[in-house]
Design a protein around this ligand. Sequence first.
Ligand code: GLU
Length: 404
Amino acid sequence: MDGAPTRTHRLSDMVMRITASMTIRMEERAKALAAQGVRVVAFAAGEPDFDTPEPVKEAAIAAIRQGFTKYTASSGIRELREAIAAKLKRDQGLEYAWNEIVVSNGGKQALYNAVAAVCGPEEEVIIPSPCWVTFPEQVKVVGGTPVLVPARAPDFVPDPADVAAKITPLTRAIVMNSPNNPTGAVYTKEALSGIADLALRHNLYIIVDEIYQSMTYDGTRHYSIPALRPDARELCLLVNSMSKAFAMTGWRVGSVAGPREVIEGIDRLQGHVTGNPNSIAQKAAVFALTENVDCTPMVREYDRRRKHIVGELNKIPGFKCAMPKGAFYAFPDITALLGKKAPDRTVIKDSMALAEYFINEAHVVMVPGDAFFGPGHLRLSYATSMAEIDEGLARIRKAVEKLA
Ligand code: GLU
């Protein structure tokens, strides 16, 4: 039974200000249709289709059997924070002490903590766009103002000069998400270094979201700002997560590494908001990070799909898709389809309307670029099987043919 409203409620201004997560909403649309027996193809949420590696699951089961089922330190067990520090040293050459790291309920909470720790009401956070749906909303939750800086197509790498033009006395932080969701852009050394210069000059934090770090292609190198620019390390709040790299989305383990004072602030905050992340998931994460669980086959498979989906999208009339260098999203330009009419005569006025059209006409679910402040685009997650990709693309092609 679904809940039915019985009275009118007055919600807080903050909750009324924020919008629902479109990535989650689209995934729920796909699941709801599937539950009705519709054969849906979902390119919606960015979630690995691979299962969590078996030994990681075994580590979690062992933790349960050993009774590791109680509260832990609110910022996570020392063993996991040390494992994250060792990973940062191994993969990025970065030195962080275990108590310069907080473990949270997924990258999402880690990012929220970072924003909440440094941005207050009326203050501003600069976010290059297109951007992940959640960044601007998290800034709004803390009463701040998200300031978007469009990064230019087709490479979508932000220009530090454009960012500089948006800095005001109220600016507190700049978000740098590379490899990027939704564009798949991998930021260049020059762009990242330019942002580090700005942060140093204006004393701004850089919220560095590296959750797609392990997914770069064609030999493209991912640069981590604190490693590239050690002089800016004190200003970096480095966020990572187990979700994408180890196919552990449901386990909810993410982290932020940064200067001790900020980390202590985050510890105070988390101690009141959620307390510790799941104890069992923490043990599983320790195992994944310390036992060298090899996830490179997943990345190789994403690469194969990336080339295939981009090649095929470009064969569909009205779709123009640049080859992304990282993450697992294709972000085609569909402006050529805007203004066209669906068979029922409704006009496809924006990416939202086009995404809606594909859901209704083809039962293919994608996330509209508008949700990412990237109008005229759609986002397709190719973290799904090759067979699903082909089925989805065939349906999209057919539905496009019906537009006039
Ligand atoms: N981050 C993924 C996405 O962009 C998962 C859904 C979400 O939390 O936004 O699709």
